[in-house]
Design a protein around this ligand. Structure first.
Ligand code: NCD
Length: 290
């Protein structure tokens, strides 16, 4: 059973293969899984991840069921395990899950006969987001090894940052991390944001995840943008070939000046486009090795 719960379980060869398959789908390769149905169970809000999984399923000829947690038996106290077993019983071929509990999938794997694809577990992992980030970077530079990446912002609560830092370092990329004091995760070393922009190939901004903070940050929007975000001065300092990325949704004016979202260096919408092909590759891996 080829679950995709965290990228830590995949070796570099498997990761490269997934990126190659995503690229092949982007180049027009077709594949069809008639009679397959996937269930998308999103217990946290999502626009890009959920809908690009749905788009990937449609492109692969797979039917989709999308659970509305508000109108489901979760409201009556049904557990995640019992909910997923229900979808297995009614005949789905796989489930995509996003939930706020870190490593929620541990109560599922080994007990199911269908694959689980992780669409994000709290502040834990976000494997398909990292894959689409890697695909976008590889498309831009033709390689991953040796590239310098800056990841800055809400490191503490970001599953995107955590997944990327681990996999990028394993791939031989040089990762610099920068965050305001309350948003640091003590697991990492940090650099000064002011020195960072001029030396990197990729600047990856993160959303300030206000909804995961116990207290609102003691900083105004302007202060945050100037100290820990991408403003026009820092944009001008970046190298000619350097690019900007953001998993989105973005808070315009917090981590990024709103005018820079669609600037020439921005690959933010390219990331979203690539998300569909990466998710096709992940579904293919899950179904072909069922
Ligand atoms: C991210 C997420 O949900 O982890 N968004 C995404 O999946 N594209 C980042 C975020 O919410 O800030």
């Amino acid at each position: 059973m080829k679950n995709l719960t965290t990228l830590k379980e995949l070796d570099l060869e498997e990761i490269t293969h997934l990126l190659d398959r995503a690229e092949a789908f982007k180049q027009g390769e077709k594949k069809s899984y008639a009679n397959c149905v996937f269930a998308n169970l999103f217990f946290e809000p999502s626009t890009r991840t959920q809908n690009s999984f749905i788009m990937a399923q449609k492109k692969l000829g797979i039917q989709d069921i999308n659970l509305n947690p508000e109108a489901s038996s979760i409201k009556k106290g049904e557990t995640l395990y019992d909910t997923v077993k229900t979808f297995e019983a009614i005949g789905v071929s796989g489930v995509v899950i996003r939930a706020s509990e870190v490593r929620y999938y541990e109560e599922l794997v080994g007990k199911l006969n269908i694959p689980v694809l992780n669409g994000g577990d709290g502040a834990g992992d976000h494997p398909t987001q990292s894959l689409l980030d890697l695909m976008t970077i590889r498309e831009e530079f033709g390689r991953l090894e040796g590239l310098k990446v800056l990841i800055l912002g809400d490191i503490r609560f970001s599953r995107v940052a955590k997944t990327n830092i681990e996999v990028m370092r394993r791939l031989g990329m040089e990762v610099f991390i920068c965050a305001p004091e309350p948003l640091k995760d003590p697991a990492y070393d940090y650099i000064d944001c002011n020195e960072a922009f001029a030396k990197v190939d990729v600047a990856m901004l993160l959303r300030v995840q206000h909804e995961r903070h116990e207290h609102r940050m003691n900083m105004t929007q302007e202060e945050y943008l100037t100290s820990y975000g991408l403003n026009k001065t820092r944009y001008a300092e970046m190298q000619e070939h350097a690019i900007i990325m953001h998993p989105a949704p973005f808070n315009r004016g917090w981590e990024i000046d709103g005018d820079l979202v669609e600037s020439p260096k921005s690959r933010i919408f390219k990331q979203m486009e690539n998300g569909v092909y990466v998710r096709m590759a992940v579904i293919e891996r899950a179904l072909d090795h069922a």
